[in-house]
Design a protein around this ligand. Structure first.
Ligand code: AMP
Length: 230
């Protein structure tokens, strides 16, 4: 989650919703008469969308590219770098669809396009499931435009993001120990996560998050359905 402020809004999504956005993107690709030969899914956020788009579009050529974002202080401000170069011949002479989950700064999509364009493709188009207004890049195909900036919690990294968010709100709070209810209140206070909306998107998952945090030694069980940060 990188360099984010203390408080920022989060939106929790689920598989059905995201699958619907993949459907929208694929419908747009078809409506545009673009027939990609290969999908380049950006690691790791674009993997689910990349695989699903291959299914919807009838493609079996799916490859991946990783754009590295520096969060360390030394390299701060540096541009993202392309990692995990694609195998020789993956895009040469082909019609390529580059896919990612969301464009925020738009840097990932921009760098991936540059990287692919340097490898003599026939045509390159880009797609993201969601687009934030902060993005400097306008992908060719967009599942959904978000009017307000939010951190989107995707189903493929639900546990990862919820652990980060829960740990950070516990550290910010003054309390010694926290019940599940306390965590829900803190998530609402710092991240505008409405408890009811969270239950609708991801029913009964907070207990799983807390259990997993305990297993990973991020928190300790303090008895009476409460946890502490060691
Ligand atoms: P970008 O700033 O457009 O290069 O975004 C880089 C990657 O960071 C995206 O592909 C996402 O995986 C992740 N990311 C950035 N902003 C968000 C956000 N608001 N919500 C969820 N994931 C994000």
């Amino acid at each position: 989650m990188g360099d984010l402020p203390e408080e920022f809004p989060c939106t929790i999504t689920n598989w059905e919703y995201i699958y619907g956005l993949c459907r929208t993107v694929s419908d747009d690709v078809k409506a545009d008469d673009f027939e990609p030969d290969v999908v380049v899914a950006l690691a790791r956020g674009g993997w689910f969308a990349g695989r699903t788009l291959c299914d919807f579009l009838g493609l079996d050529d799916l490859t991946s590219l990783k754009i590295e974002h520096y969060v360390g202080t030394a390299a701060k401000g540096d541009e993202p770098e392309v990692r995990y170069p694609m195998p020789e011949g993956s895009v040469e002479g082909k019609d390529v669809l580059i896919v990612d989950d969301i464009a925020d700064t738009g840097q990932s999509i921009a760098h991936a396009s540059e990287y692919v364009n340097d490898r003599n493709p026939n045509a390159v188009r880009t797609a993201t499931l969601q687009l934030l207004q902060t993005s400097e890049v306008e992908p060719d195909f967009v599942g959904e435009r978000l009017e307000e900036w939010a951190w989107v919690v995707y189903p493929w990294n639900f546990i990862e993001d919820m652990i980060d968010l829960t740990e950070s709100v516990m550290e910010k709070a003054e309390a010694e120990q926290f019940s599940e209810g306390d965590v829900r209140s803190l998530l609402r206070a710092y991240h505008e996560i409405d408890p009811i909306e969270m239950e609708i998107a991801q029913p009964d998952r907070l207990e799983e998050v807390l259990t997993e945090m305990e297993r990973r030694d991020v928190i300790e069980y303090a008895g009476e359905d409460c946890w502490t940060v060691p």
